[in-house]
Design a protein around this ligand. Sequence first.
Ligand code: BES
Ligand code: ZN
Length: 455
Amino acid sequence: MDKVLNYIGKNQKRYLKELTEYLSIPSISTLKTHKTDVARCAGFVSDHLKKIGMKKVKIFKTKGHPIVYGEWMGAPGKPTVLIYGHYDVQPVDPLNLWNSDPFKAVVKDGKIWARGANDNKGQNFIHMKSVEAYMAVEGRLPVNVKFIIEGEEEIGSENLEIFLKHNQKLLKCDAVLISDTSLFAEDQPTISYGLRGLCYMEIEVTGPNKDLHSGSFGGSVANPINELAKIISKLQDNNGKIKIPNFYKDVIPFTKKERENFKTLKFSDGKFAKELGVKELQGEKGYSTVERISARPTLDCNGIVGGFTGEGAKTVLPSKASAKVSMRLVPYQDPVKIAREFKKYVMSIAPKSVKVEVKELHGGLPFYTSFENDYVVAAANALSKAFGRKAVYSREGGSIPIVVEFANQLKAPVILMGLGLDSDNIHSPNEHFHLSNFERGVLSSVYFLKEAEEL
Ligand code: BES
Ligand code: ZN
Protein backbone atom coordinates (compact mmCIF):
# COMPACT_ATOMS: atom_id res chain seq x y z
CA MET A 1 0.00 0.00 0.00
CA ASP A 2 2.78 2.44 0.90
CA LYS A 3 4.35 1.90 -2.49
CA VAL A 4 1.05 2.71 -4.18
CA LEU A 5 0.70 5.91 -2.16
CA ASN A 6 4.29 6.80 -2.93
CA TYR A 7 3.69 6.30 -6.65
CA ILE A 8 0.69 8.66 -6.49
CA GLY A 9 2.71 11.35 -4.72
CA LYS A 10 5.47 11.14 -7.29
CA ASN A 11 3.17 11.29 -10.30
CA GLN A 12 0.85 14.20 -9.41
CA LYS A 13 2.42 16.53 -11.99
CA ARG A 14 1.90 14.06 -14.81
CA TYR A 15 -1.66 13.39 -13.62
CA LEU A 16 -2.44 17.09 -14.02
CA LYS A 17 -0.86 17.19 -17.46
CA GLU A 18 -3.03 14.30 -18.59
CA LEU A 19 -6.14 15.80 -17.00
CA THR A 20 -5.39 19.03 -18.90
CA GLU A 21 -5.47 17.06 -22.14
CA TYR A 22 -8.79 15.44 -21.16
CA LEU A 23 -10.19 18.90 -20.32
CA SER A 24 -9.05 20.36 -23.65
CA ILE A 25 -11.70 18.39 -25.56
CA PRO A 26 -14.95 20.40 -25.79
CA SER A 27 -17.26 17.42 -25.30
CA ILE A 28 -20.50 19.42 -24.94
CA SER A 29 -23.21 16.81 -25.30
CA THR A 30 -26.18 19.11 -25.80
CA LEU A 31 -24.73 20.99 -28.81
CA LYS A 32 -24.92 19.22 -32.18
CA THR A 33 -21.94 21.21 -33.43
CA HIS A 34 -19.76 19.37 -30.88
CA LYS A 35 -20.75 15.84 -31.83
CA THR A 36 -17.30 14.98 -33.22
CA ASP A 37 -15.63 16.46 -30.12
CA VAL A 38 -17.77 14.24 -27.92
CA ALA A 39 -16.72 11.22 -30.01
CA ARG A 40 -13.07 12.32 -29.78
CA CYS A 41 -13.41 12.51 -26.02
CA ALA A 42 -14.77 8.94 -25.92
CA GLY A 43 -11.59 8.02 -27.82
CA PHE A 44 -9.45 9.74 -25.19
CA VAL A 45 -11.18 7.87 -22.36
CA SER A 46 -10.88 4.55 -24.17
CA ASP A 47 -7.15 5.09 -24.90
CA HIS A 48 -6.60 6.06 -21.29
CA LEU A 49 -8.37 3.01 -19.92
CA LYS A 50 -6.10 0.86 -22.08
CA LYS A 51 -3.05 2.77 -20.89
CA ILE A 52 -3.80 2.12 -17.22
CA GLY A 53 -4.21 -1.61 -17.81
CA MET A 54 -7.93 -2.12 -18.38
CA LYS A 55 -8.94 -5.02 -20.60
CA LYS A 56 -11.79 -5.47 -23.11
CA VAL A 57 -11.89 -1.71 -23.55
CA LYS A 58 -14.62 -0.82 -25.99
CA ILE A 59 -16.47 2.21 -27.30
CA PHE A 60 -20.15 1.35 -27.63
CA LYS A 61 -22.00 3.42 -30.21
CA THR A 62 -25.53 4.53 -29.28
CA LYS A 63 -28.25 6.56 -30.98
CA GLY A 64 -26.66 9.52 -29.26
CA HIS A 65 -23.13 9.77 -27.87
CA PRO A 66 -20.86 6.76 -27.24
CA ILE A 67 -20.40 4.86 -23.99
CA VAL A 68 -16.90 3.74 -22.98
CA TYR A 69 -16.35 0.45 -21.16
CA GLY A 70 -13.26 -1.24 -19.74
CA GLU A 71 -12.63 -3.92 -17.11
CA TRP A 72 -10.02 -5.74 -15.11
CA MET A 73 -11.36 -9.03 -13.81
CA GLY A 74 -8.17 -10.58 -12.46
CA ALA A 75 -9.33 -11.05 -8.86
CA PRO A 76 -11.59 -14.11 -8.91
CA GLY A 77 -13.58 -14.56 -5.72
CA LYS A 78 -13.26 -10.87 -4.89
CA PRO A 79 -16.04 -8.31 -5.31
CA THR A 80 -16.55 -6.34 -8.52
CA VAL A 81 -16.80 -2.57 -8.34
CA LEU A 82 -18.39 -0.69 -11.24
CA ILE A 83 -17.03 2.85 -11.52
CA TYR A 84 -19.36 5.25 -13.32
CA GLY A 85 -18.64 8.75 -14.59
CA HIS A 86 -19.39 11.04 -17.52
CA TYR A 87 -17.04 12.61 -20.01
CA ASP A 88 -19.62 15.04 -21.45
CA VAL A 89 -19.73 18.62 -20.21
CA GLN A 90 -22.12 21.56 -20.12
CA PRO A 91 -21.98 24.47 -22.59
CA VAL A 92 -19.66 27.33 -21.63
CA ASP A 93 -21.78 30.41 -22.23
CA PRO A 94 -21.62 33.21 -21.18
CA LEU A 95 -18.04 32.95 -22.45
CA ASN A 96 -17.18 36.57 -21.63
CA LEU A 97 -17.43 35.83 -17.90
CA TRP A 98 -14.62 33.26 -17.97
CA ASN A 99 -11.23 34.43 -16.71
CA SER A 100 -9.47 31.92 -18.98
CA ASP A 101 -10.28 29.69 -21.94
CA PRO A 102 -12.72 26.98 -20.70
CA PHE A 103 -10.88 24.36 -22.76
CA LYS A 104 -7.32 25.39 -21.88
CA ALA A 105 -7.02 24.34 -18.27
CA VAL A 106 -5.10 26.69 -16.00
CA VAL A 107 -3.68 25.77 -12.58
CA LYS A 108 -4.00 28.74 -10.24
CA ASP A 109 -4.60 29.25 -6.51
CA GLY A 110 -4.49 25.52 -5.81
CA LYS A 111 -7.28 24.80 -8.31
CA ILE A 112 -7.55 23.62 -11.89
CA TRP A 113 -9.86 25.87 -13.94
CA ALA A 114 -11.72 24.53 -16.99
CA ARG A 115 -15.14 23.29 -18.11
CA GLY A 116 -15.43 19.75 -16.73
CA ALA A 117 -12.65 20.23 -14.15
CA ASN A 118 -15.10 19.10 -11.46
CA ASP A 119 -18.18 17.94 -13.42
CA ASN A 120 -17.14 15.32 -14.20
CA LYS A 121 -13.80 14.78 -15.93
CA GLY A 122 -11.72 15.73 -12.88
CA GLN A 123 -13.77 13.47 -10.66
CA ASN A 124 -13.78 10.38 -12.87
CA PHE A 125 -10.08 10.81 -13.67
CA ILE A 126 -9.43 10.31 -9.94
CA HIS A 127 -10.45 6.66 -10.21
CA MET A 128 -8.43 6.09 -13.37
CA LYS A 129 -5.37 7.33 -11.51
CA SER A 130 -5.93 5.15 -8.46
CA VAL A 131 -6.35 2.11 -10.70
CA GLU A 132 -3.22 3.12 -12.63
CA ALA A 133 -1.21 3.32 -9.40
CA TYR A 134 -2.20 -0.19 -8.30
CA MET A 135 -1.53 -1.66 -11.72
CA ALA A 136 1.85 0.08 -12.07
CA VAL A 137 3.09 -0.87 -8.59
CA GLU A 138 1.46 -4.22 -7.88
CA GLY A 139 0.43 -5.35 -11.35
CA ARG A 140 -3.05 -6.05 -9.99
CA LEU A 141 -6.05 -4.53 -8.24
CA PRO A 142 -7.45 -5.60 -4.84
CA VAL A 143 -10.87 -6.19 -6.46
CA ASN A 144 -12.34 -6.56 -9.93
CA VAL A 145 -13.10 -3.22 -11.55
CA LYS A 146 -15.35 -2.21 -14.42
CA PHE A 147 -15.45 1.33 -15.79
CA ILE A 148 -18.48 2.79 -17.53
CA ILE A 149 -17.94 6.37 -18.64
CA GLU A 150 -20.77 7.90 -20.67
CA GLY A 151 -21.25 10.97 -22.84
CA GLU A 152 -24.86 11.93 -22.11
CA GLU A 153 -25.24 12.55 -18.38
CA GLU A 154 -25.80 16.26 -18.87
CA ILE A 155 -28.70 15.53 -21.24
CA GLY A 156 -30.42 12.84 -19.15
CA SER A 157 -28.53 9.54 -19.86
CA GLU A 158 -31.30 8.23 -22.11
CA ASN A 159 -29.06 5.92 -24.12
CA LEU A 160 -27.17 4.60 -21.11
CA GLU A 161 -30.50 3.57 -19.64
CA ILE A 162 -31.22 1.52 -22.78
CA PHE A 163 -27.65 0.14 -22.75
CA LEU A 164 -28.08 -0.90 -19.14
CA LYS A 165 -31.24 -2.86 -19.95
CA HIS A 166 -29.44 -4.83 -22.66
CA ASN A 167 -26.09 -5.33 -20.92
CA GLN A 168 -26.92 -6.44 -17.40
CA LYS A 169 -24.41 -9.26 -17.54
CA LEU A 170 -21.58 -7.06 -18.75
CA LEU A 171 -22.25 -4.55 -15.99
CA LYS A 172 -22.93 -7.08 -13.23
CA CYS A 173 -21.22 -5.91 -10.05
CA ASP A 174 -21.33 -5.85 -6.26
CA ALA A 175 -21.26 -2.07 -5.90
CA VAL A 176 -21.37 1.04 -8.06
CA LEU A 177 -18.89 3.78 -7.20
CA ILE A 178 -19.59 7.33 -8.40
CA SER A 179 -17.77 10.60 -7.77
CA ASP A 180 -20.07 13.27 -9.22
CA THR A 181 -21.44 15.05 -6.16
CA SER A 182 -20.20 17.62 -3.63
CA LEU A 183 -18.48 17.54 -0.26
CA PHE A 184 -20.77 18.95 2.41
CA ALA A 185 -18.14 21.60 3.16
CA GLU A 186 -14.48 22.27 2.46
CA ASP A 187 -12.24 19.60 4.03
CA GLN A 188 -15.34 17.66 5.10
CA PRO A 189 -15.36 14.18 3.55
CA THR A 190 -18.93 13.27 2.64
CA ILE A 191 -21.00 10.34 1.48
CA SER A 192 -24.23 11.36 -0.23
CA TYR A 193 -27.03 8.91 0.44
CA GLY A 194 -29.63 10.67 -1.67
CA LEU A 195 -30.08 12.64 -4.86
CA ARG A 196 -33.00 14.78 -5.88
CA GLY A 197 -35.01 13.98 -8.98
CA LEU A 198 -36.12 16.44 -11.59
CA CYS A 199 -39.24 17.46 -13.47
CA TYR A 200 -38.63 20.14 -16.09
CA MET A 201 -41.59 21.93 -17.69
CA GLU A 202 -42.26 24.80 -20.07
CA ILE A 203 -45.32 27.07 -20.02
CA GLU A 204 -46.17 29.00 -23.17
CA VAL A 205 -48.81 31.73 -23.09
CA THR A 206 -50.23 33.21 -26.30
CA GLY A 207 -52.46 36.26 -26.40
CA PRO A 208 -53.30 38.31 -29.50
CA ASN A 209 -52.19 36.94 -32.88
CA LYS A 210 -49.47 39.61 -33.23
CA ASP A 211 -47.55 42.14 -31.15
CA LEU A 212 -49.74 45.22 -30.60
CA HIS A 213 -49.23 48.90 -29.83
CA SER A 214 -49.84 49.09 -26.10
CA GLY A 215 -51.42 52.53 -26.50
CA SER A 216 -54.01 51.48 -29.06
CA PHE A 217 -54.73 48.05 -27.57
CA GLY A 218 -53.50 48.02 -23.94
CA GLY A 219 -56.41 47.46 -21.57
CA SER A 220 -58.56 45.61 -24.10
CA VAL A 221 -56.87 42.21 -24.30
CA ALA A 222 -54.90 40.08 -21.86
CA ASN A 223 -51.14 40.60 -21.86
CA PRO A 224 -49.40 37.17 -22.01
CA ILE A 225 -46.51 38.33 -19.81
CA ASN A 226 -48.88 39.65 -17.14
CA GLU A 227 -50.91 36.43 -17.26
CA LEU A 228 -47.78 34.24 -17.16
CA ALA A 229 -46.57 36.16 -14.11
CA LYS A 230 -49.92 35.55 -12.39
CA ILE A 231 -49.70 31.83 -13.15
CA ILE A 232 -46.15 31.64 -11.78
CA SER A 233 -47.19 33.54 -8.65
CA LYS A 234 -49.80 30.86 -7.96
CA LEU A 235 -47.31 27.97 -8.03
CA GLN A 236 -46.06 28.64 -4.47
CA ASP A 237 -47.57 30.24 -1.39
CA ASN A 238 -45.94 32.67 1.02
CA ASN A 239 -44.62 29.85 3.19
CA GLY A 240 -42.69 28.38 0.26
CA LYS A 241 -45.14 25.49 -0.14
CA ILE A 242 -45.82 24.32 -3.68
CA LYS A 243 -49.53 24.66 -4.45
CA ILE A 244 -49.85 21.97 -7.12
CA PRO A 245 -52.45 19.47 -5.85
CA ASN A 246 -50.96 16.12 -4.74
CA PHE A 247 -47.43 17.51 -5.08
CA TYR A 248 -46.37 16.33 -1.62
CA LYS A 249 -48.46 13.15 -1.66
CA ASP A 250 -45.57 10.71 -2.20
CA VAL A 251 -42.89 12.59 -0.24
CA ILE A 252 -41.59 10.47 2.62
CA PRO A 253 -41.22 12.49 5.81
CA PHE A 254 -37.82 12.57 7.50
CA THR A 255 -37.17 9.99 10.15
CA LYS A 256 -36.15 11.24 13.57
CA LYS A 257 -32.68 9.80 13.03
CA GLU A 258 -32.31 11.58 9.72
CA ARG A 259 -33.37 14.94 11.10
CA GLU A 260 -30.92 14.53 13.93
CA ASN A 261 -28.20 13.79 11.40
CA PHE A 262 -29.07 16.98 9.47
CA LYS A 263 -28.69 18.94 12.70
CA THR A 264 -25.19 17.60 13.29
CA LEU A 265 -24.00 18.91 9.92
CA LYS A 266 -22.21 22.19 10.51
CA PHE A 267 -23.85 24.84 8.38
CA SER A 268 -23.94 28.60 8.76
CA ASP A 269 -26.93 30.40 7.23
CA GLY A 270 -25.17 33.74 7.67
CA LYS A 271 -22.04 32.65 5.82
CA PHE A 272 -24.12 31.01 3.10
CA ALA A 273 -26.19 34.19 2.56
CA LYS A 274 -23.08 36.35 2.53
CA GLU A 275 -21.34 34.19 -0.05
CA LEU A 276 -24.37 34.45 -2.32
CA GLY A 277 -24.72 38.20 -1.83
CA VAL A 278 -28.26 38.09 -0.39
CA LYS A 279 -29.51 39.88 2.74
CA GLU A 280 -31.75 37.06 3.84
CA LEU A 281 -32.41 33.45 2.94
CA GLN A 282 -35.85 32.25 1.92
CA GLY A 283 -37.46 28.85 1.60
CA GLU A 284 -40.03 26.37 2.79
CA LYS A 285 -41.23 27.16 6.30
CA GLY A 286 -40.41 24.58 8.95
CA TYR A 287 -37.19 23.33 7.38
CA SER A 288 -33.54 24.27 7.80
CA THR A 289 -31.41 25.45 4.88
CA VAL A 290 -29.57 22.12 4.79
CA GLU A 291 -32.91 20.33 4.48
CA ARG A 292 -34.20 22.78 1.89
CA ILE A 293 -31.19 22.47 -0.42
CA SER A 294 -30.87 18.72 -0.31
CA ALA A 295 -33.88 16.83 0.93
CA ARG A 296 -37.03 18.87 0.30
CA PRO A 297 -38.73 19.33 -3.07
CA THR A 298 -38.47 22.77 -4.69
CA LEU A 299 -39.79 24.74 -7.65
CA ASP A 300 -37.85 27.34 -9.63
CA CYS A 301 -38.26 29.35 -12.81
CA ASN A 302 -35.10 28.82 -14.84
CA GLY A 303 -35.82 31.31 -17.59
CA ILE A 304 -38.56 33.58 -18.84
CA VAL A 305 -38.91 35.30 -22.20
CA GLY A 306 -41.44 37.53 -23.91
CA GLY A 307 -41.99 40.92 -25.43
CA PHE A 308 -39.35 43.56 -25.89
CA THR A 309 -36.06 42.93 -24.09
CA GLY A 310 -33.74 45.17 -26.12
CA GLU A 311 -32.16 48.44 -25.09
CA GLY A 312 -34.37 51.38 -24.23
CA ALA A 313 -38.16 51.43 -24.29
CA LYS A 314 -40.55 50.10 -26.88
CA THR A 315 -44.24 50.25 -26.15
CA VAL A 316 -45.61 46.88 -27.09
CA LEU A 317 -48.26 44.45 -25.92
CA PRO A 318 -46.64 41.14 -26.84
CA SER A 319 -48.28 38.19 -28.48
CA LYS A 320 -46.36 35.50 -26.58
CA ALA A 321 -44.51 34.77 -23.34
CA SER A 322 -42.98 31.60 -21.97
CA ALA A 323 -41.22 30.28 -18.90
CA LYS A 324 -39.15 27.24 -18.09
CA VAL A 325 -39.97 25.82 -14.68
CA SER A 326 -38.14 23.00 -12.94
CA MET A 327 -38.97 21.08 -9.82
CA ARG A 328 -36.39 19.15 -7.81
CA LEU A 329 -38.05 16.04 -6.44
CA VAL A 330 -37.40 13.81 -3.46
CA PRO A 331 -38.16 10.16 -2.75
CA TYR A 332 -40.74 8.86 -3.71
CA GLN A 333 -42.08 11.55 -6.00
CA ASP A 334 -42.51 10.41 -9.58
CA PRO A 335 -41.58 12.95 -12.29
CA VAL A 336 -44.23 11.58 -14.68
CA LYS A 337 -47.01 11.99 -12.12
CA ILE A 338 -45.73 15.41 -11.04
CA ALA A 339 -45.62 16.58 -14.68
CA ARG A 340 -49.25 15.50 -15.08
CA GLU A 341 -50.36 17.31 -11.89
CA PHE A 342 -48.38 20.41 -12.87
CA LYS A 343 -50.06 20.55 -16.27
CA LYS A 344 -53.53 19.99 -14.81
CA TYR A 345 -53.04 22.72 -12.20
CA VAL A 346 -51.61 25.30 -14.62
CA MET A 347 -54.49 24.68 -17.05
CA SER A 348 -56.98 25.02 -14.20
CA ILE A 349 -55.69 28.49 -13.23
CA ALA A 350 -55.17 29.71 -16.82
CA PRO A 351 -57.57 32.50 -17.81
CA LYS A 352 -59.69 32.07 -20.95
CA SER A 353 -58.31 35.32 -22.34
CA VAL A 354 -55.04 33.60 -23.37
CA LYS A 355 -54.02 30.25 -24.80
CA VAL A 356 -51.82 28.28 -22.40
CA GLU A 357 -49.71 25.28 -23.41
CA VAL A 358 -47.65 23.17 -21.00
CA LYS A 359 -44.84 20.96 -22.25
CA GLU A 360 -42.74 18.42 -20.38
CA LEU A 361 -39.04 18.77 -21.21
CA HIS A 362 -37.38 16.04 -19.17
CA GLY A 363 -37.30 14.31 -15.86
CA GLY A 364 -35.33 12.05 -13.57
CA LEU A 365 -36.14 9.95 -10.53
CA PRO A 366 -34.89 10.84 -7.06
CA PHE A 367 -32.55 8.42 -5.27
CA TYR A 368 -32.25 7.36 -1.68
CA THR A 369 -30.23 4.61 -0.04
CA SER A 370 -29.41 3.26 3.35
CA PHE A 371 -26.14 4.46 4.77
CA GLU A 372 -25.66 1.29 6.67
CA ASN A 373 -24.62 -0.86 3.69
CA ASP A 374 -21.11 -2.43 4.00
CA TYR A 375 -19.84 -0.82 0.81
CA VAL A 376 -21.12 2.58 1.85
CA VAL A 377 -19.39 2.20 5.21
CA ALA A 378 -16.18 1.10 3.45
CA ALA A 379 -16.31 4.24 1.31
CA ALA A 380 -16.86 6.41 4.39
CA ASN A 381 -13.84 4.77 6.05
CA ALA A 382 -11.73 5.32 2.93
CA LEU A 383 -12.69 9.00 2.81
CA SER A 384 -11.98 9.43 6.52
CA LYS A 385 -8.49 7.99 6.04
CA ALA A 386 -7.70 10.18 3.04
CA PHE A 387 -8.97 13.39 4.65
CA GLY A 388 -7.80 12.61 8.18
CA ARG A 389 -11.30 13.47 9.37
CA LYS A 390 -14.48 11.50 9.89
CA ALA A 391 -16.82 11.40 6.90
CA VAL A 392 -20.39 12.67 7.27
CA TYR A 393 -23.57 11.55 5.51
CA SER A 394 -25.69 14.05 3.64
CA ARG A 395 -28.12 14.25 0.74
CA GLU A 396 -27.17 15.87 -2.55
CA GLY A 397 -29.52 18.51 -3.94
CA GLY A 398 -28.55 17.90 -7.57
CA SER A 399 -29.59 15.01 -9.78
CA ILE A 400 -27.91 12.10 -11.56
CA PRO A 401 -30.83 10.36 -13.27
CA ILE A 402 -29.03 7.09 -14.10
CA VAL A 403 -28.29 6.29 -10.44
CA VAL A 404 -31.76 4.86 -9.74
CA GLU A 405 -31.44 2.68 -12.83
CA PHE A 406 -28.13 1.30 -11.52
CA ALA A 407 -29.67 0.54 -8.15
CA ASN A 408 -32.81 -1.05 -9.59
CA GLN A 409 -31.40 -2.91 -12.57
CA LEU A 410 -28.02 -4.04 -11.23
CA LYS A 411 -29.42 -4.54 -7.72
CA ALA A 412 -26.17 -3.24 -6.29
CA PRO A 413 -25.55 -0.55 -3.68
CA VAL A 414 -24.58 2.82 -5.14
CA ILE A 415 -21.86 4.81 -3.40
CA LEU A 416 -21.84 8.56 -3.99
CA MET A 417 -18.32 9.57 -3.03
CA GLY A 418 -18.22 13.08 -4.46
CA LEU A 419 -15.17 15.33 -4.17
CA GLY A 420 -16.45 18.58 -5.63
CA LEU A 421 -17.59 21.66 -3.77
CA ASP A 422 -20.83 23.56 -4.39
CA SER A 423 -18.62 26.62 -4.85
CA ASP A 424 -16.72 25.02 -7.78
CA ASN A 425 -18.99 26.76 -10.35
CA ILE A 426 -20.17 23.63 -12.13
CA HIS A 427 -22.41 24.53 -15.13
CA SER A 428 -21.19 28.15 -14.70
CA PRO A 429 -18.29 30.28 -15.90
CA ASN A 430 -14.96 29.61 -14.17
CA GLU A 431 -15.61 26.00 -13.20
CA HIS A 432 -12.74 24.65 -11.14
CA PHE A 433 -11.64 21.73 -8.99
CA HIS A 434 -9.44 21.97 -5.91
CA LEU A 435 -6.17 20.11 -6.42
CA SER A 436 -6.33 19.07 -2.76
CA ASN A 437 -9.66 17.34 -3.44
CA PHE A 438 -8.28 15.71 -6.55
CA GLU A 439 -5.33 14.35 -4.56
CA ARG A 440 -7.41 13.24 -1.59
CA GLY A 441 -9.85 11.74 -4.09
CA VAL A 442 -7.17 9.50 -5.58
CA LEU A 443 -6.22 8.37 -2.08
CA SER A 444 -9.87 7.75 -1.18
CA SER A 445 -10.28 5.61 -4.28
CA VAL A 446 -7.12 3.63 -3.42
CA TYR A 447 -8.31 3.06 0.16
CA PHE A 448 -11.81 2.13 -0.98
CA LEU A 449 -10.64 -0.57 -3.39
CA LYS A 450 -8.52 -2.01 -0.58
CA GLU A 451 -11.43 -1.93 1.90
CA ALA A 452 -13.72 -3.55 -0.68
CA GLU A 453 -11.29 -6.48 -0.99
CA GLU A 454 -12.51 -7.74 2.39
CA LEU A 455 -16.24 -7.55 1.59
N1 BES B 1 -22.69 16.47 -11.27
C1 BES B 1 -24.03 16.93 -11.44
C2 BES B 1 -24.91 16.58 -10.25
C3 BES B 1 -24.69 17.56 -9.13
C4 BES B 1 -25.38 18.75 -9.11
C5 BES B 1 -23.78 17.31 -8.14
C6 BES B 1 -25.18 19.68 -8.11
C7 BES B 1 -23.55 18.26 -7.14
C8 BES B 1 -24.24 19.42 -7.12
C9 BES B 1 -24.62 16.37 -12.73
O1 BES B 1 -23.67 16.37 -13.77
C10 BES B 1 -25.75 17.26 -13.18
O2 BES B 1 -25.51 18.38 -13.52
N2 BES B 1 -26.98 16.77 -13.17
C11 BES B 1 -28.11 17.47 -13.71
C12 BES B 1 -29.10 16.44 -14.17
C13 BES B 1 -30.01 16.89 -15.27
C14 BES B 1 -29.28 17.38 -16.49
C15 BES B 1 -30.95 15.77 -15.67
C16 BES B 1 -28.73 18.40 -12.67
O3 BES B 1 -28.68 18.12 -11.46
O4 BES B 1 -29.24 19.45 -13.06
ZN1 ZN C 1 -23.51 18.43 -14.53
